[in-house]
Design a protein around this ligand. Structure first.
Ligand code: ATR
Length: 277
């Protein structure tokens, strides 16, 4: 049986084995998908062992997404721009890397949540790996403005500059600190890509970034109403979403890349969704 897995540290919380089992059942594919916890300094050794045992593909999660890019023989353009990969495929002794986080996010926003991005004002909070993975796909969706705000503004500026140096986001992409957002018009979509939700900490965001029509999107999932979503609601936003749809959509892209069949995602999202209360 073809073997796949998700690799990370920690990995106990991962919903990927269940998602891929549901995809396999729905598409009539026969495969085995497990979770591998690698020690922080043991990514390459764990991947080598998985390949030696006949593994065909891996999803990669924290903290190994940057290392996954370095490990691969071939890296897709979008994974190269992000500097991080979340999926590996092994064939004929070669390792290919891609990054489906950004397309997964855009699909969740546009298709599942009915929020077009073209011509809209989009705010991304955070300038770490999660933001970096999402920005190329968000820019391809043609927003009129994409602002990256971060606690350390210099990190957001460096990220925006790096993307612009690679030909992305001219005239659209801007970077700043949180306080500077108060001087800007409100946003249609505000995406939390910081690690603050993991600690359930609110961000120092001016309430004026939100309107009642703003979609507030937290990339974390399974935590109900995070501090970010609560602060968006308190500031008047009525449309709130967590990152479950992004997780399921990037999984579907990985599945299609490996198996040549794109599974339906809606039933899986409905099955795994946790109410935002
Ligand atoms: P990841 O790969 O998950 O994005 P990371 O590269 O460590 O992780 O980046 C974490 C992001 O969350 C950064 O943007 C970080 O802000 P700084 O660059 O200023 O450190 C942000 N972050 C983490 N905890 C935060 C907090 N309590 N408040 C605001 N931002 C936070």
């Amino acid at each position: 049986m073809d073997r796949y897995a998700v690799i990370g540290h920690p990995i106990g919380h991962s919903k990927s084995p269940l998602i891929h089992a549901l995809f396999a059942r729905a598409t009539g594919q026969t495969l085995d998908y497990t979770a591998i916890e690698a020690p922080p300094d043991g990514f390459a050794a764990a991947v080598d062992a998985f390949r030696a045992a006949g593994g065909r593909g891996l999803n990669v999660t924290l903290p190994f997404k940057v290392e996954a890019c370095a490990y691969a023989d071939e890296v897709s353009p979008r994974a190269r721009v992000a500097g991080a990969a979340n999926a590996l495929a092994f064939d004929d002794g070669r390792c290919r890397a891609d990054n489906f986080d950004g397309v997964g996010l855009v699909r969740d926003l546009e298709v599942n949540l009915g929020q077009p991005l073209a011509g809209r004002r989009v705010l991304v909070l955070g300038a770490g790996g999660a933001a970096r993975g999402a920005l190329p796909a968000l820019l391809e969706a043609a927003p009129v403005a994409l602002v990256v705000a971060n606690r350390s503004p210099a990190k957001a500026e460096a990220l925006a500059q790096a993307l612009q140096d690679q030909g992305f986001g001219h005239g659209v992409l801007a970077a700043c600190g949180y306080a500077e957002l108060a001087a800007q018009p409100p946003f249609d979509v505000v995406i939390n890509a910081t690690a603050a939700s993991l600690g359930d900490e609110p961000l120092p965001l001016p309430p004026a970034v939100f309107t009642p029509a703003t979609l507030a999107y937290d990339m974390v999932y399974g935590k109900g109403l995070t501090a970010f979503l609560r602060q968006a609601r308190a500031a008047g936003a009525t449309r709130l979403a967590d990152g479950l749809g992004m997780l399921v959509e990037q999984a579907a892209e990985s599945f299609a890349w490996w198996r040549g069949v794109r599974p339906d995602t809606r039933a899986v999202i409905e099955r795994l969704a946790v109410p935002l209360t």
